[in-house]
Structure formats: C-alpha cells, structure tokens
Design a protein around this ligand. Structure first.
Ligand SMILES: Nc1ncnc2c1ncn2[C@@H]1O[C@H](COP(=O)(O)OP(=O)(O)O)[C@@H](O)[C@H]1O
Ligand SMILES: [Mg+2]
Length: 262
C-alpha cells in the first residue's frame, strides 16, 4: 500500500445466497482511493453500490478478496456512514445526535462539547440543537447526520446517496456545506449518488459501475477547480463531454440491467 493511499480494495467479490440461488452483487473489484480524495460512485440501481459501502463500513463481509483502510491515528474510528435517511436517532436531540459517536467512544466531556458545538455551527444547526428529529425537515436531518459524521473525526466518510431524498434547493445548499467542511478537514470521502450532475459537482474522481454483477467499468478524473456549478457542467466543453460520456455508459448499463430483470 503506497503512503498516500487511504483505502485499498483487492479483488473483492460479494455473493448473496437467497433460497438456494446466489446473486453476485460485486465482481472482482480492485481499487485504490487516495488520502483526502473525494470519490463518487455512480451506477444503475442494484449494481452493488450500497453493498460496497457496507463492506467498507464493516457491516458486511466480502465473499472473496479483502480491503484495507490505512489508519493514522490510534483511537480514531475507521469510518462514519451517512445514509439517505434513517441516519438520526429519534429519541436524542440534535445536539445529542451529533455528540453520539464521541460519547460512545467515551471522549472527554470538553472535547465532545467543543467538536459538537463546532459542527452544529458549521451546519447551521446551532439554533436547533435542542430539537428532536421529528421536529426537523428532511434537509435538517441530513445536516445532523453530516455533523455527526464529521464530529466523530473518522478516518474515512462513507456516504450513501445522502441527498437523494432532498429537494433541489436543499441539495444544493448541503452539497456546498459538505464541500466546505471537506475542504477544511481533507477527509477521504466515498460518496454514492445516482446523479451524474452531483458526481461532477463534488468528486475528484468518478467511478462508474456496471449493472449486476457490479464491476468498475470506467474512471473519470475531474480536474476542474471547485466551486463548480451546473452551468460549468453544461457549458464547459470538458465537463459537458464528461457528462455525456458517463450518461452514455450509464444508459447502456441501465438497458443491460433491464434486460437482465426482464
Ligand atoms: N442482504 C442481502 N441479501 C440478499 N441480496 C442482497 C442483500 N443486499 C443486497 N442484495 C442484492 O445485491 C444486489 C446489489 O444491491 P445494492 O448493493 O443494494 O445495490 P445498489 O445500492 O447499487 O442499488 C441487488 O441485487 C440486491 O438485491
Ligand atoms: Mg443503494
């Protein structure tokens, strides 16, 4: 493993067994993700994106192959996950939700307070810190998940379509907030999205996955400086070309997966 690489995935295959039939969700994935890199994964529904993230989070075991997360600091959690929804604990307040990971790890009280307050402020939640999740909008709940993930100071951040359920305006605001916190912390982020626009706005690199069984079929590097706008994606010939390239591949894969399922 090179010094700069943060995640190394080697020949990873995952099969699920359902009623004596086996489904190959991931097929021989090998991948290196650099320290501080923001990687977006795009692929048709059912191609194994969530499975890959769950394996990296330690929630599933690979069937074949393995992976390594290069850890720098003892006592720091390896990964924090942000889901599309269900990410907040309903009986805890906003502040308690953000502090949850740190509390579980029995960090000193002053440290918990400092980190929690910082990320509450960063995500604009400081005025709502005593509310419960049921009193929050979808966008605010996702803010809580993001604040908690960063407050926890993990080695890597795993995000599974975190903004998919949000309206365009909220999505835009949260994307900007995420990029601003990422620029400050330089965390390694693996971000799953079904939106090509979102991947082009956020990522240093986009990995395109095939229809089931999921393989990585294409890697696209995005060198355009941030902040990037939708206008850049539509009007800048390089970005627009990348959009079309990904879109064409994705259409093809979606058609393949349709045929597969009849
Ligand atoms: N726990 C499980 N048991 C059986 N099959 C599963 C399980 N989790 C995922 N799968 C199957 O693996 C494939 C990939 O699923 P998933 O990773 O959720 O795809 P994606 O997130 O790209 O939509 C699908 O065919 C899905 O039905
Ligand atoms: Mg998924």
């Amino acid at each position: 493993m090179s010094k700069e690489s943060k995640i190394e995935i080697r020949n990873l295959t995952k099969a699920f067994y359902k009623k004596q039939a086996s489904v190959t969700a991931l097929d021989d994935i090998s991948l290196t993700i650099e320290d501080g890199e923001f990687v977006c994964i795009v692929g048709p529904s059912g191609c194994g994106k969530t499975t890959l993230l769950r394996i990296l989070a330690g929630l599933e075991q690979p069937s074949v192959g393995d992976f390594e997360i290069h850890s720098e600091m003892e006592g720091r959690p390896l990964q924090s996950m942000v889901f599309q929804e269900r990410g907040v604990i309903p009986w805890l307040t906003v502040k308690e939700n953000v502090a949850f990971g740190l509390k579980m790890r029995r960090m000193p009280k002053a440290h918990i307070k400092e980190r929690t307050d910082y990320y509450l402020k960063k995500t604009g939640l400081d005025r709502f810190s005593h509310l419960y999740p049921k009193e929050l909008s979808g966008g605010m709940k996702q803010r809580v998940s993001i604040a908690r993930a960063f407050a926890n100071d993990p080695e890597i951040l795993l995000m599974d379509e975190p903004f998919a359920a949000l309206d365009e305006q909220n999505k835009f605001i949260l994307q900007e907030e995420l990029l601003s916190i990422w620029a400050e912390t330089k965390k390694t982020v693996v971000f799953i999205t079904h939106s090509i626009d979102e991947a082009l706005l956020l990522g240093d690199r986009i990995l395109l996955m095939s229809a089931q069984p999921g393989k990585i079929i294409e890697q696209i590097h995005i060198d355009t400086p941030r902040p990037r706008t939708i206008e850049d994606i539509r009007k800048d010939p390089i970005m627009a070309g990348k959009f079309v390239d990904i879109w064409t591949h994705l259409q093809h894969e979606v058609q393949l997966s349709r045929k597969e399922y009849g």
